[in-house]
Design a protein around this ligand. Structure first.
Ligand code: NAD
Length: 468
């Protein structure tokens, strides 16, 4: 009889833990380390072990991550904690985003091998791991990013060291511990997903420069994207956007209004893909505003109140005031003395092209509307105000020629036609999801293969079966 000693040890440890959970069987930290160096060393060791696991194992771990996230108690807890800790977003939206990240981030099925066969034999091109990946997560989607990055990176055979935003460290650490506990239960090497107790810019810098970190992935603003791209390592940058939505005179205006309010208010406008300014052709602008108001928009007309809002939610008219990022429309209006109910999801106002609300990526449910004489001017201005981020844009129109013109000229990673922005990340639109959308470095919507190296394996003169 074969005795699996390791399995017996594991069962004994588990039983002991269950008997007295205050007395852990060893000092396993479930992926949380005092120093970044220790975290990286543990991750390096884990990845080396992970190389001996099968693709079926990898997929089992992906399913394990999905199970942890979709467990109702876990989902409620982390979605609530993310909002409380970061002060951004809304619990119901966080739940939707977390489930989306868990269920629609592809697993190992994303790694499709290429094969070339012919007179000279057979060549395989496979997606292989980089090793240890350093992943920097934003405060706007803290758990969502940990979820989709963990799924994709582990599916690719890597381990991952996270550098969460200090404003969302508690929820990030909680989730990383939960994921490690589940992975261990499923038989994965310990420490495939790690971080440090005190995430900080210093720790991120140590991670970015550590020789055992082979790839860097930054999901955040321009500063951190530039930082990872300057390290000399393979880097993926998922940076800022300022997504415009254009509405022309041929659009289904009622649907456009509904979609824009829904997309713009999704998690209080935190997603980098969410509608940040609307550019409407004069002929339909009034009717569009009328329909937006019927779907949860509150229009501010008084220039003095608009000025008050600018003072409140921006710093020197250049950057969003972090105290208002991801806050609800109701909360923001209250601060300028306007009382509304929770049915108000978005604050709208007409604004000139150079208005700070039009130019700045605000990440709060304030949607300026720029009125233009015709669709061509709308498209030209959308291209300008997207600031070359090449991130996301939307257009509502039935004019195929103009839809094509905007799609071509704006060159964004995501272009949604006749739908809300979130259709671009797989909510009511075809395709998988991610919360790491890599415009600057060109991977687009990242998935397991984005975090892999392509390697070629050549067999000369064999395994081609078409001819003798
Ligand atoms: P942020 O740039 O302030 O922070 C992002 C991460 O980088 C955090 O973990 C932060 O601690 C770290 N960081 C920032 N500057 C750093 C530095 N100099 N050195 C070391 N670490 C540094 O962004 P945020 O406010 O957390 O997130 C919002 C931004 O992220 C928006 O601009 C949004 O568009 C963008 N974003 C992009 C995507 C995408 O997929 N393209 C997804 C989510 C958010």
């Amino acid at each position: 009889m074969n005795i699996d000693v390791a399995l017996i040890e594991k069962v004994v440890k588990k039983v002991l833990n269950e008997v007295d959970s205050s007395c852990p069987a060893d000092d396993y930290t479930y992926g949380i380390f005092e120093t970044m160096d220790d975290a990286i060393e543990a991750s390096f060791k884990a990845q080396k072990e992970y190389m001996h696991y099968s693709m079926a194992d990898r997929q089992k771990f992906v399913e394990g991550i999905r199970e942890v996230v979709c467990d109702k108690a876990n989902l409620d807890y982390m979605s609530t904690l993310a909002v409380e800790e970061s002060g951004m977003g809304a619990v119901e939206y966080k739940k939707q985003k977390n489930v989306l990240a868990a269920m629609k981030s592809p697993g190992v099925e994303d790694l499709v091998t290429e094969a070339l066969s012919g007179d000279d034999g057979l060549t395989l091109i496979e997606y292989c791991p980089f090793g240890v990946i350093g992943a920097i997560a934003p405060t706007t989607n803290p758990t969502e990013t940990v979820i989709c990055n963990s799924i994709a990176m582990l599916a690719g055979g890597n381990s991952v060291v996270f550098s969460p935003h200090p404003r969302s460290k508690g929820v990030s650490i909680w989730l990383i511990k939960k994921l490690n506990a589940k992975l261990e239960e499923l038989g994965a090497p310990r420490n495939l997903i790690v971080t440090v107790k005190e995430p900080s810019i210093e720790n991120t810098n140590i991670m970015m420069n550590h020789p055992k970190v082979r790839m860097l992935v930054a999901t955040g603003g321009p500063g951190i994207v530039k930082a990872v791209m300057s390290t000399g390592k393979k880097a993926i940058g998922a940076g800022a956007g300022n997504p415009p939505v254009v509405v022309d005179e041929t659009a289904d205006i009622e649907k456009a209004a509904r979609d824009i309010v829904n997309g713009c208010s999704f998690d209080n406008n935190l997603p980098c893909i969410a509608e940040k300014e609307c550019i409407a052709v004069d002929q339909i602008a009034d009717y569009l505003i009328f329909n937006m108001k019927n779907n949860g928009a509150y229009e501010v007309k008084d220039p003095a109140v608009i000025e008050q809002l600018v003072e409140l939610v921006t710093n020197d008219r250049k950057k969003p005031n972090v105290n208002f990022v991801g806050k609800s429309a109701q909360y923001i209006l209250d601060k300028v003395g306007i009382k509304v109910g929770p049915e108000v999801k978005v604050i709208i106002m007409e604004a000139p092209k150079d208005h700070p609300f039009v130019q700045i990526e605000l990440m709060m449910p304030i949607l300026p509307i720029v009125r233009v004489p015709n669709v061509d001017e709308a498209i030209d201005f959308a291209v300008e105000v997207e600031h070359g981020n090449r991130h996301t844009a939307m257009m509502h129109s039935r004019n195929v020629e103009k839809l094509s013109r905007m799609a071509k000229e704006i060159e964004t990673t995501i272009f949604v036609k006749n739908g809300p922005s979130y259709a671009g990340i797989g909510v009511g639109g075809m395709g998988c999801t991610t919360f790491t959308i890599a415009g600057p470095t060109g991977e687009g919507l990242t998935s397991a293969k984005s975090f892999c190296r392509k390697r070629r394996c050549v067999l000369q003169d064999g395994f081609h079966i078409r001819m003798k």
